[in-house]
Design a protein around this ligand. Structure first.
Ligand code: SF4
Length: 339
């Protein structure tokens, strides 16, 4: 008999796999990768996850989420948490995807590391039946860490497995998990960074993007991770690079999308300073404002007239120049900053 475990990279999901293995079941694991991680971060994460599951001799499937995940993120049925984290919908989404994989993998049920009462929205006891119902997998989701507190699942009722060796963990305490990790000799280190969607600052930028554009794209979500973000009008925003690496990312983005309308590359000439990319439909004063903000972060001395070059994407691919001065009249960036 085989089961498919949702493996987040956390200690709880590692222990859940081990407990099901102890019940005599072969386990494979799946991790769902959010599509907006950078290729480097994704590579690091996958290597880390592989290292963790290799302790249990488990095959790991990596599934990179696609457009359907973004559509869920734009309009989660159960809403967001403190940031742009639609944890309940996201979790249901993962379970559904895993459910779709069961047939191909010949897995009889799913396993998760969920614990009763650990997270307010998705892991209170009453949430589990609702989650199971919404996924269409009622009775087939086994939660070994809280097994003693939950009604028996189909695999238990049918006698495929016994979970009598499993604990009855509830709440946020970690004591039992740490004892089990020690008992099973599992080395454990959480993946660096955590989920970006739970980051409040990132969440504000996601919500700003949704309000302005009405939809999310992988490219835009990736760009939200870098630079200083400014909303200059409901239809226009700018991202100003904070260092050479971010300037390179912004330049690459502009270059790759240079044939698209509504894209602007801004640079104050004559001294080191940031690259800026503008997105949307700016009025003339919005472009002027973006030029002045770009100049503000450059190394130019105050009170000089500086030429700021603006390349416009699209069929015309124009280049224009504005003369601006860095002085007391330069707008306060905090008025426009999305953070
Ligand atoms: S923390 Fe992130 S990955 Fe996890 S359920 Fe919430 S939104 Fe999804």
């Amino acid at each position: 008999m085989k089961a498919l475990a949702l493996f987040s990279g956390g200690l709880d999901s590692l222990l859940a796999i081990k407990l099901i293995q102890e019940a005599g079941v072969e386990v494979e694991a799946v991790n769902f990768i959010q599509p907006f991680l950078s290729p480097e971060d994704e590579k690091r994460l996958v290597a880390h996850l592989q290292k963790l599951v290799s302790q249990l001799g488990v095959k790991l499937h990596i599934v990179r989420l696609g457009e359907d995940y973004l559509r869920m993120l734009e309009n989660p049925k159960h809403g967001y948490g403190k940031a742009a984290n639609p944890c309940l919908d996201c979790h249901i989404f993962f379970l559904r995807k895993a459910g779709e994989m069961m047939k191909d993998l010949d897995a009889a049920f799913l396993v998760t590391g969920e614990v009763v009462g650990q997270r307010p929205k998705s892991q209170y006891r009453g949430a589990f039946p609702k989650i199971d119902e919404e996924t269409g997998l009622a009775g087939l989701i086994v939660r070994p860490l809280s097994a003693g507190l939950l009604p028996p699942t189909i695999p238990e009722e049918k006698g495929w497995i016994s979970l009598s060796h499993c604990p009855s963990i509830q709440g946020r305490q970690r004591k039992i998990q740490l004892e089990l990790a020690k008992k099973y000799g599992l080395e454990y280190q959480a993946p660096a960074g955590g989920c970006l969607l739970t980051n409040v600052e990132y969440g504000r930028k996601v919500k700003d993007l949704l309000k302005a554009e009405g939809r999310l794209t992988v490219d835009h979500l990736r760009l939200l991770r870098i630079g200083r973000h400014f909303r200059l009008s409901p239809e226009f925003k700018g991202i100003i690079g904070r260092n050479q690496r971010e300037n390179q990312v912004l330049f690459r983005y502009f270059y790759q999308h240079r044939r698209e309308e509504g894209l602007y590359l801004v640079k104050a000439l004559g001294a080191p300073g940031p690259l800026t990319v503008g997105f949307g439909r700016p009025a003339a004063e919005d472009l002027n404002l973006l030029a002045r903000l770009t100049l503000r972060y450059s190394d130019h001395a105050p009170d000089q007239s500086v030429t700021v070059k603006i390349l416009t994407g699209g069929k015309k691919h124009q280049s224009t120049k504005l003369i601006v001065v860095k002085n007391q009249n330069t707008p306060d960036p905090d008025r426009y900053r999305i953070a």
